[in-house]
Design a protein around this ligand. Structure first.
Ligand SMILES: [Zn+2]
Length: 216
């Protein structure tokens, strides 16, 4: 079973992907993981990817898809994989379709996690770190910004730049701009796209994911 995960930052798709992969007894593959693995193994594609990293350049889509294709052709992925972060844009959706066709494997499920932007801004901006000991703290309220670190009275809680509300809204704007055409593309190509309501607890969302994947 090949499953693609689509969803905005903070929607919980990473955790849900891990749970689904475990339930299906298949690996979860993220783009970053397979690129790092290929570089570490020193495969020809990995060496090529490393040359981009070393120059500080982004690894091009075509190369990423070749690496994903190679990973999917490996015996560990014979029963399938949950793909996280592989499809974010229409060219990536097209590229994955070509790669899967060349491996003679169908795409079984595309899970799109839906949640309101305001809820994501609330969730992500509640993530703080101690500027002294770097400990992460989740579920903080705005009033706790610059509060004392529970582990170290000298430390203060701050947000990462990426977790500031304005930065989150920008990331969400990019996500929506990229994802709307991907959804249209899957609809136009009769892709197995299912929307998942990503509100609620991790367990509640997992129930919906399992139902969508045909697990009782
Ligand atoms: Zn601290």
């Amino acid at each position: 079973m090949i499953v693609v995960l689509l969803g905005p930052p903070g929607c919980g798709k990473g955790t849900q992907g891990e749970r689904l992969a475990a339930a299906l007894n298949i690996p979860k593959i993220s783009t970053g993981d397979v690129i790092r693995a290929a570089m570490k193994a020193g495969t020809p594609l990995g060496v090529e990817a490393k040359s981009f990293y070393d120059r500080g350049d982004l690894v091009p889509d075509a190369l990423i898809l070749d690496i994903v294709r190679e990973a999917l052709a490996a015996p560990e992925q014979a029963r399938g994989a949950v793909l996280d972060g592989v499809v974010r844009t229409v060219p990536q959706a097209e590229g994955l379709a070509v790669a899967l066709a060349s491996l003679n494997r169908p795409l079984d499920l595309v899970l799109k996690f839906d949640i309101a932007d305001d809820e994501l801004v609330g969730r992500l901006s509640s993530r703080m770190v101690c500027e002294a000991c770097q400990s992460p703290f989740m579920g903080r309220t705005p009033g706790e910004l610059h509060a004392e670190c529970p582990k170290n009275p000298k430390g203060r809680l701050v947000r990462r730049k990426d977790d500031e509300p304005d930065a989150i809204r920008n990331r969400l704007k990019v996500y929506h701009a990229q994802t709307a055409p991907v959804v249209e593309w899957y609809r136009a190509n009769e892709g197995p796209l299912t929307s998942i309501d990503a509100r609620g607890t991790v367990d509640e969302v997992e129930e919906r994911v399992r139902a969508a994947a045909g697990l009782a």
